[in-house]
Design a protein around this ligand. Structure first.
Ligand code: PLP
Length: 447
């Protein structure tokens, strides 16, 4: 029998993961029973030990504890407000509850059904307590607000994250340092913000290395693991204090919802972070939370396939560039098509000299995003118009493959850089589409 210990709206399962979930009675809107006691949990909870099952099973069942109505598919809840108990003796003012936590949903800027279920599943997959936010950037903003570091070290990566740091600097005067700053420039409570694999190239960095640097100064390490969601990478294993995701990408997986996620090693941080979020107001909407629960069920299937396909395509392109094409199925014409357009492919799988740590850090694949450097910026500008299966659009993580002439939204990169996000289409179809695109764009340029 799974043991969930409810402490107001934080409950702990046997993995020691604290979930910001309501008791089943609260989820059903019934409130605590008349005696004010928690319900007999053993009678209400399914006979499931989360310790004994794999992530693919957790993605389907980690929120069973919150599912005590008959519906198999989670209902869509859109209400922003929830009725208090009818019985006057059960009315407990919010401020009289310790830690600002409460036993039932009150108002959706605090907690609500679908995002709470999503957090329960995320906590089991990320193996740490989690909160969701309205977007990846609002999650980063919430983290900076919570930690309020005096210095933040950050490297290349998603340009929007730098925008959030600039905003924080404007308000607090904090220092922004390069990722590889001198460790002595960091002090207690400061933060290293690592993104790996990094946007837009897909190259990876050693989490353990930056965890050691941060901890040698009593600073924290946050890892933006958006490009390597479960089951590809577990940053906590390598020393991360906080794991961040733009859930808009692989957790959502269908390019139709915004979501941010913070998972934290220290469960004692959660009540304050929950209170901060209440005042920041950066919560997911009810529909987005529902889409998140629906989507995360298939996370492992999608991500494994997307990562495998990316690796096959990266392999083929790199083989064409290096001339090692035996066994790849590429014809001489294919090789010429690649070489006419591409000068370099970037992806974590190509970091041969880093494999001693990288193979351990990413044991299940090197991620579904890679980048291509073209010979000229004109080739990069024109290539998307020649592709049939890749949409020319920003973002990543969806079931549909995307390609972006990255300069469209990122002023910091070379105009020869294309970012590719692999979807769940057939890998050979995607490679063929790229090959015919290379041929077509090279022809057009010749004219
Ligand atoms: N972190 C990374 C690595 C990203 O790629 C993105 C968005 O592309 C973000 C954070 C921001 O996420 P969101 O768009 O959900 O705010």
């Amino acid at each position: 029998m799974e043991q969930f210990l409810f402490s107001n709206n934080l409950c702990t399962n046997r993995l020691g993961i604290e979930l910001t979930v309501m008791s089943p009675s609260a989820i059903n809107g019934n409130g605590p029973d008349k005696s004010g006691q928690q319900p007999a949990l053993e009678e209400e909870l399914p006979n499931l030990s989360l310790e004994d099952v794999e992530p693919a099973t957790l993605a389907i069942h980690a929120d069973d504890v919150l599912n005590s109505i008959e519906d198999v598919a989670p209902p869509i809840h859109v209400s922003t407000t929830f009725r208090y108990p009818k019985d006057p003796d059960l009315l407990k003012p919010f401020h009289e509850e310790h830690d600002g936590r409460y036993e039932q949903h009150i108002y959706s800027r605090h907690t609500t059904h679908s995002s709470t279920r999503l957090e329960a599943i995320l906590a089991s997959l990320l193996r740490a307590p989690c909160l969701t936010y309205s977007s990846g950037l609002s999650a980063l903003h919430a983290l900076l607000t919570f930690l309020n570091p005096k210095a933040i070290a950050i490297g290349d990566g998603y340009h929007g994250s730098h925008g959030v740091l600039d905003l924080h600097k404007r308000l607090t005067g904090c220092k922004i340092l390069p990722l590889d700053c001198k460790p002595e420039d960091l002090g207690e409570g400061d933060l290293i913000c690592l993104e790996t694999p990094v946007n837009p190239t897909g190259n990876a960095f050693s989490i353990q290395h930056y965890a050691d640097v941060a901890h040698s100064r009593a600073a924290y390490l946050s890892v933006d693991s958006t490009f390597a969601p479960p089951p590809l990478q577990d940053p906590f294993r390598w020393g991360a204090d906080v794991v961040m995701h733009s859930g808009t990408k692989y957790i959502g997986g269908h390019s139709d919802m915004l979501c941010g996620i913070l998972a934290v090693k220290r469960k004692e941080w959660l009540p304050r972070m929950l209170e901060d979020r209440l005042y920041l107001g950066s919560v997911m909407g009810g529909l987005e939370g529902w889409l998140g629960v629906r989507s995360i069920r298939t996370l492992e299937l999608r991500v494994k396939r997307q990562s495998e396909t990316a690796m096959q395509i990266v392999d083929a392109l790199e083989s064409a560039l290096s001339g090692h094409t035996v066994g790849t199925g590429l014809s001489q014409g294919d090789v010429e098509a690649v070489r006419a357009v591409v000068v370099e492919v970037k992806h974590a799988s190509l970091q041969a000299s880093d494999m001693s740590w990288l193979r351990k850090q990413m044991p299940n694949g090197y991620g579904p995003v890679f980048s291509i450097v073209t010979k000229t910026s004109d080739l990069a500008r024109r290539l998307p118009s020649k592709l049939q299966l890749f949409h020319h659009a920003t973002s990543l993580g969806g079931v549909e493959s995307l390609i972006e002439w990255r300069t469209m939204t990122d002023s910091t990169v070379e105009k020869t850089l294309m970012r590719v996000s692999i979807g769940i289409e057939d890998s050979r179809d995607l490679l063929n589409d790229l090959l015919q695109g290379f041929r077509a764009v090279a022809e057009e340029i010749k004219k």
